[in-house]
Ligand binder design. Structure first.
Ligand code: LLP
Length: 431
């Protein structure tokens, strides 16, 4: 199986950076999320340079939902990135990580009044998703005597080749302002108290393995930008979202590189803005492409069972990695302590959750597997831990970061006591 540079095989063991996965599992226990900081930096630098080669006026907003751990956010802050934040929680963490409020965009289709107040207080731009939200934001900003810069989330009505649950720019999607309302939305914003419409925003979907839809979205955005300029909107930024996929099937997915993405999108964007005669910043919001391959999930084998097929029962299930259950996603798995052995038998790797859909990897050829072995699930850095739950009263596992020969917790594992501590005794039930 093709492996990215930070994953290697040495003496039969899978290594992440300079760490033997078996030693990490021994020291920290399983299940365990392991993130390679160096890989984050490489991924960011590559994506950023690919775009900046075409246009220097680019701002990278890491999509914090992919993995919102403080250590990850601080790494991105150190690289000069901002963030796409989708909740007050993500906004607070991005600021605590040291990101400049100027480099954040508060996205979301259902914000509370408190969310809007926080954005105004902190001077963070808001991507507005409805006329109703615009009215409330205007009231909030006016009450505080402050102005707030906004974009609207545009619905570009684009069909993209990905799982329907993560195609976010369809005409039928819950996100964004439909085409026939966009000009009215900006007119309303130009007139609204304490609102300054300076941006446009869209996001067409996630795990997209073709560049054409991105180029199409850029074309739609610049077309609208021209009309907005005509009605007096002074655009400071155009945000084309994230969405570039990664090759989860290491040997067969043909995933576009960031350079191919940039080569497809940037000429369309640059010609478009040149035609209008404006020079807005280009904002992008990648999540998966920066984080996906940086992280593996190490999970221990509790037992092996032969029934109508061979099951490998491991200690991580969809409580820790929801993607296979939710989107039928594919993740490569490697037996980390037999990484140089030939595949011998077909196994299905299943988690400990009480649902038959709790399958991490179905029908995979693996070397002979035994109780006590260690399975590494690859490409878990985006939407892995961030979508984990405590289902079946299973405390969420730790996350560690490795950097050179160092390793450290970036989040300790939860305990059952942590779970219990959020529960309250009912006053009418005797102790
Ligand atoms: N910007 C906005 C407004 C978004 O909604 C998203 C992702 C992104 C940026 C980042 O997209 P990316 O570059 O990571 O594709 N849980 C799903 C993915 C959901 C993505 C939702 N929005 C999964 O595990 O595949």
């Amino acid at each position: 199986m093709k492996l990215p540079e930070h994953l290697t095989i040495k003496d039969g063991h899978l290594m992440i950076g300079s760490h033997d996965c078996n030693d990490l599992a021994e020291s920290y226990g399983t299940p365990l999320y392991v993130t390679d900081e160096k890989r984050i930096r490489e991924n960011f630098t590559r994506y950023n340079s690919a775009l900046k080669k075409h246009y220097n006026n680019v701002r990278m907003l890491y999509a914090a939902k992919a993995n919102g751990n403080m250590a990850v956010l601080k790494t991105f802050a150190d690289l000069g990135a901002g963030a796409d934040v989708f909740s007050s929680g993500e906004l607070h963490l991005a600021l605590l990580a040291g990101m400049n409020p100027e480099n954040l965009l508060f996205n979301g289709s259902s914000k509370t009044k408190e969310d809007l107040e926080l954005a105004v207080d902190k001077g963070v731009r808001v991507s507005v998703d409805s006329f109703d939200e615009l009215a409330q934001l205007s009231e909030v900003a006016k009450a505080k005597g402050k102005d707030v810069e906004i974009s609207f989330r545009i619905n570009p009505a684009i069909d993209v080749p990905t799982h329907p649950k993560i195609a976010t720019g369809l005409a039928t999607s819950k996100f964004g302002i439909p085409a026939d309302q966009i000009l009215d939305a900006y007119r309303a914003a130009l007139e609204a108290d304490n609102i300054d419409p300076v941006g446009m925003h869209c996001h067409i979907g996630s795990q997209i393995l073709e560049v054409l839809p991105f180029a199409k979205a850029a074309e739609i955005m610049v077309k609208i930008a021209g009309k907005l300029t005509d009605i007096g909107v002074k655009l400071k930024f155009i945000d084309i979202g994230g969405g570039l996929g990664i090759p989860y099937h290491h040997d067969s997915d043909n995933a576009p590189t960031p350079e191919e993405y940039a080569d497809a999108v940037m000429p369309v964007f640059l010609e478009g803005i040149a035609r209008i005669g404006i020079k807005p910043e280009l904002w992008v919001e990648p999540g998966r492409n920066l984080m996906g391959d940086t992280t593996i999930l190490l999970t221990g084998v509790n037992s092996v069972k032969t029934a109508h097929k061979k099951f490998v029962n491991v200690d991580a299930g969809f409580n820790l990695l929801l993607r296979p259950a939710m989107y039928d996603s594919y993740h490569e798995v490697i037996v980390a302590n037999r990484a140089d052995q030939k595949p011998e038998l077909e196994y299905t790797v299943t988690g400990p959750i009480c649902e038959s859909g709790d399958i991490i990897a179905a029908d995979r050829m693996l070397p002979h597997v035994e109780r006590g072995d260690l399975i590494a699930v690859l490409d878990c850095g985006a939407y892995g831990y961030s979508m984990a739950s405590q289902y079946n009263c299973r405390p969420r596992c730790p996350e560690i970061m490795v950097n050179g020969d160092r390793s450290a917790y970036m989040r300790r594992g939860e305990t059952v006591i942590d779970i219990l501590n959020t529960m309250a005794d009912l006053p009418w039930v005797e102790k």
